[in-house]
Design a protein around this ligand. Structure first.
Ligand code: F6R
Length: 248
């Protein structure tokens, strides 16, 4: 379940190879995607590998985990903008192939229902990529979110708003709410890969390694997934108990 790599770049090269093979064997793959700093080197490596191998991306479908409520797609901090900049545009993936929840719709509850339905209509997710918050969130499923949740509106925790403040000019501009895919939908993906890199993720990874299944640690439910891989670099693994590092 846990795999330790020397650096974020070695994770990126390995994981993009996994994605490449998946799409080669099924060009209609449905990918669940995440945003955030952890994903940037992964998308960059994937785009390089896809281009050099002439991978056909024209039939894939993608679903992102989440979007801030109140940010228009063209806002520089929206997750739509992030995905266009770091993945879709450089990879040549059309907007018709991609879905993110809309943070700007009039009827948010209806948007959540439709997003869930759209994932199901696509046949579910073949693989879901995840980062992890320093509080253990996956997507924007904050501690205490029921494991049975589907796409819903979430009030972002102070911890998450503080962590994500680094992307905004003024930390007070970080939205207070978001739409996120629920834990049930994440768990329904055929395969899940969670990535954690950097020493600021060491504490949460040590907690994840030792904890039982607990709604206060949303990522802990992944231990029950049949096809879960957790890729961490040495910095994020630095607080794992010594016996864990030997066993991994
Ligand atoms: C982003 C998302 C979040 C991030 C997590 C880690 O779409 O769903 O769960 O994966 O907050 O963010 P970074 O990678 O910036 O540390």
């Amino acid at each position: 379940m846990f795999y330790i790599f020397p650096t974020p770049q070695t994770i990126a090269e390995h994981l993009s190879g996994v994605l490449l093979q998946k799409i080669q064997s099924n060009p209609k793959s449905v990918l669940g995607l995440a945003t955030g700093s952890t994903m940037e080197p992964i998308y960059a490596a994937f785009i390089n590998q896809a281009k050099s191998s002439g991978l056909n991306l024209s039939e894939i479908t993608t679903f992102n985990l989440d979007e801030y409520i109140g940010l228009a797609p063209e806002h520089p901090q929206s997750y739509y903008h992030f995905m266009q900049t770091h993945f879709f545009r450089p990879a040549g993936i059309c907007t018709s192939q991609v879905s993110l929840p809309s943070g700007m719709c009039n009827n948010i509850e209806e948007e959540c229902l439709q997003y869930s339905q759209k994932i199901q209509n696509a046949g579910g997710l073949d693989i879901q990529l995840l980062g992890i918050g320093t509080n253990g969130h996956i997507g924007f499923n904050e501690p205490g979110t029921p494991f049975s949740s589907v796409t819903h509106v979430v009030e972002l925790s102070e911890n998450t708003r503080r962590d994500n403040g680094r992307f905004f000019e003024d930390k007070n501009q970080v939205p207070t709410k978001a739409i996120t895919m629920g834990i049930k939908e994440i768990m329904s993906a055929k395969e899940v890969v969670l990535v954690a890199t950097g020493s600021h993720k060491a504490e949460v990874m040590a907690h994840l390694y030792t904890t039982g299944i607990d709604e206060q640690m949303p990522a802990s439910i992944l231990k029950e997934h049949r096809q879960i891989k957790i890729f961490i670099d040495e910095a994020a693994a630095s607080l794992l108990p010594m016996e864990a590092k030997l066993a991994i």
